[in-house]
Ligand binder design. Structure first.
Ligand SMILES: [Zn+2]
Length: 125
């Protein structure tokens, strides 16, 4: 079977890390095929997966990060990539409004997520 120069990639959801968007190259060239192949298993956009999109109707996602382990300019990238601790918390919008203040409140309500630095929330262990 010959090469078709067609690739399909299953990207990861920016928010939860689960399965996200599906990409395939419409230009059937080796270059475009290689580009799509490289997207497989990676976060390629900030479009939420269906599960996150559903939860974002009523909740704001708190993504815990460790600023001290993140690249200094992480927040300037199109796809912000701070060091994540792996902890995700969904907070009811009403609770988010009562708990969060300042620019984080505005950002969280608009984008349905925000980053929180490690240490803000602790488990009772
Ligand atoms: Zn998701």
């Amino acid at each position: 079977m010959g090469k078709t120069n067609l690739e399909v990639a299953l990207a990861k959801c920016f928010y939860c890390g689960g399965d996200g968007e599906i990409y395939l190259n419409t230009k059937l060239t080796p270059l475009h095929a290689a580009h799509v192949k490289d997207m497989h298993g990676k976060v390629c956009s900030m479009t939420p997966c269906n599960a996150c999109k559903d939860k974002m109707q009523d909740y704001v996602l708190l993504i815990e990060i460790d600023n001290s382990l993140s690249e200094p300019d992480w927040h300037q990238h199109n796809l912000p990539d701070p060091y994540r601790t792996g902890r995700l918390l969904w907070m009811k919008e009403e609770a988010f409004k009562c708990t969060i203040t300042g620019p984080c409140l505005e950002f969280g309500l608009k984008h349905r997520f925000t980053f929180i630095n490690v240490g803000i929330i602790k488990e009772n262990k």
